[in-house]
Design a protein around this ligand. Structure first.
Ligand code: AHR
Length: 512
């Protein structure tokens, strides 16, 4: 990997208001791999107000909507160019019975959402509502199907219901429910977290079960399923080993989950009230995903050197304490500039592994964990994380460009080290180069010299996301405190780009 770091700082307390220097060299002619747009995938679970209130208010609502989908959220999401949307869970998926969510809404049975606060789920958002939403957003659906408490027959029939064009029993049922043409469904998850909420299984048992369930998920007409096995949680390398060994030849993808979280028991810390040390710790924890990815990829390479099986990181992001006053188990959290840094740093490093890492899904799209959007009745705000996904969309399907980076780094709690600059570059189909840069340092500007390896540069434009405090976030009363603005700190000088990157800022540059 062409990334170099120098100049370790002893401790963050010493990094007070000085200018720092960093150097980046990009190799525009050496790009060989595409950054799959599916790296920018999203996730919507029946959890808290992600679906109900967040995406869906129903056609009778006073909140402006199109066939039940709220207009403000729809419009904001269209601007993100979402490549795929995972649904209905998460843990919810392994208790979800799809037949409860079809037919006239008033006749659909209710259930208890046992995983997420015991809320009553009325199934008014089901298969049709989800797949039609994907059509409105222009994204690929990623269905996560029930292995934990569902039958093989139930899963097989769901695939037939969604994708069969012919005169099959499930296609007839779909037509009776108002949809003539089959949908195209490519991504099919066979279970979720099968080691935990998805059935508490051992990997050997799940590997066999995966093979059995996947066998009966058929390709109808010209629909081609991309079957994804339920993967490991962060450091569980044995799960990947056993799955690859016993079922690697039967899957198209293997999932993985990694959250930037302090731990699974006790308080996870406030989303908005944190100090400098907490911030730098968060950067260290989010960057540790690189080591985790490398180790899982190494195991996959052993069993699948030709990289036929994709790694699908279908849940990632920050997990903080729920906002005070919100419903327990609904995972509603605020989203600050710190979350924007987690998104920016993580996406920058994902680009390096796209020969194996073909999809990722941040958790979750609206009102849950590290969301793009927060809603409260008729009000909506875009989070700092939303702005990162919007700024970074230029990388989707572009060619990844290798780079060298020289910058200082800082030592943080739990023996981690954090480089103070993060960068990634790509070239799009029109030959435009985009560079995303983050200055992680809370106190110091970075004077960056960017060398495009002798490529002629005439103009550099950019946008910047920053704020006075790293704790800043958008609220319903102040929805535009954090938003991107034009960046004027980059100049072309003697064939190089000189960038003055303010403390705690994230920038996207377009080089012509
Ligand atoms: O994203 C929230 C939950 O986290 C998901 O339901 C589950 O898969 C994971 O544990």
């Amino acid at each position: 990997m062409r990334t170099l770091f120098v100049g370790v700082l002893a401790c963050i307390a010493f990094t007070m208001n000085a200018q720092k220097n960093a150097q980046i060299r990009i190799y525009p002619e050496q790009g060989t791999r595409q950054i799959s747009r599916h790296i920018y995938g999203q996730f919507a679970e029946h959890l808290g107000s992600c679906i109900y209130g967040g995406l869906w208010v129903g056609p009778e609502s006073d909140i402006p909507n199109t066939d039940g989908y709220r207009n403000d959220v729809l419009e904001a999401l269209k601007n993100l160019q979402i490549p795929n949307l995972r649904w209905p869970g998460g843990c919810f998926a392994d208790e979800y019975h799809w037949m409860d969510g079809i037919g006239p809404r008033e006749n659909r049975p209710k259930m208890v959402n046992n995983n997420w606060g015991g809320t009553i789920e009325d199934n008014s958002f089901g298969t049709h509502e989800f797949l039609n939403l994907c059509e409105l957003l222009g994204c690929e659906p990623y269905i996560s199907a029930n292995v934990g408490s569902g039958t093989v027959e139930e899963m097989a029939k769901w695939v037939e219901y969604m994708t069969s064009e012919g005169d099959s029993p499930m296609a007839r049922l779909r037509r009776e429910n108002g949809r003539d043409k089959a949908w195209k469904v490519k991504f099919l998850g066979v279970g979720n977290e099968s080691w935990g909420c998805g059935g508490s299984m051992r990997p050997e048992y799940y590997a066999d079960l995966y093979r059995r369930y996947a066998t009966y998920c058929r390709n109808y007409d010209d629909n081609r399923l991309f079957k994804i096995a339920s993967g490991a949680s962060d450091y569980d390398y044995n799960w990947t080993e056993v799955l690859m060994k016993n079922a690697g030849g039967h899957m198209d993808g293997l999932s993985l989950h990694y959250y930037t979280v302090t731990g699974w028991s006790g308080s996870k810390g406030s989303a908005t009230e944190f100090n400098k040390e907490d911030y730098y710790w968060t950067m260290g924890k989010c960057l540790e995903i690189e080591d985790v990815l490398v180790k899982h990829i190494r195991i996959m390479d052993k069993y699948d050197p030709r990289k036929k099986v994709a790694l699908m990181l279908d849940e990632w992001g920050t997990w903080w304490d729920e906002e005070p006053g919100t419903i327990r188990g609904h995972l509603y959290q605020q989203n600050t500039m710190r979350d924007a840094f987690v998104a920016a740093l993580t996406l920058n490093l994902f680009h390096k592994y796209t020969d194996r890492l073909k999809m990722t899904n941040i958790a979750q799209i609206v009102n849950v964990l590290q969301s793009m959007i927060l809603t409260n009745n008729e009000k909506m705000v875009l989070t700092p994380t939303y702005h990162i996904f919007e700024m970074y969309k230029v990388h989707q399907d572009a060619t990844h460009l290798p780079l060298d980076l020289i910058c200082e780094k800082v030592s943080v709690r739990d023996n981690r080290e954090v480089p103070l600059v993060s960068a990634s570059a790509s070239k799009d189909n029109n030959g435009k180069i985009h560079i995303t840069l983050a200055n992680v340092d809370l106190d110091n500007n970075q004077e960056i010299t960017l060398d495009l390896n002798n490529q002629k540069i005439s103009k550099v434009n950019g946008r910047i996301l920053t704020s006075r405090s790293i704790n800043d976030h958008n609220t319903f009363d102040n929805p535009e405190l954090v938003k991107p603005v034009a960046f004027t700190g980059a100049k072309v000088e003697k064939g190089l780009v000189k960038i003055n990157l303010p403390a705690k800022s994230i920038v996207v540059l377009e080089v012509n």
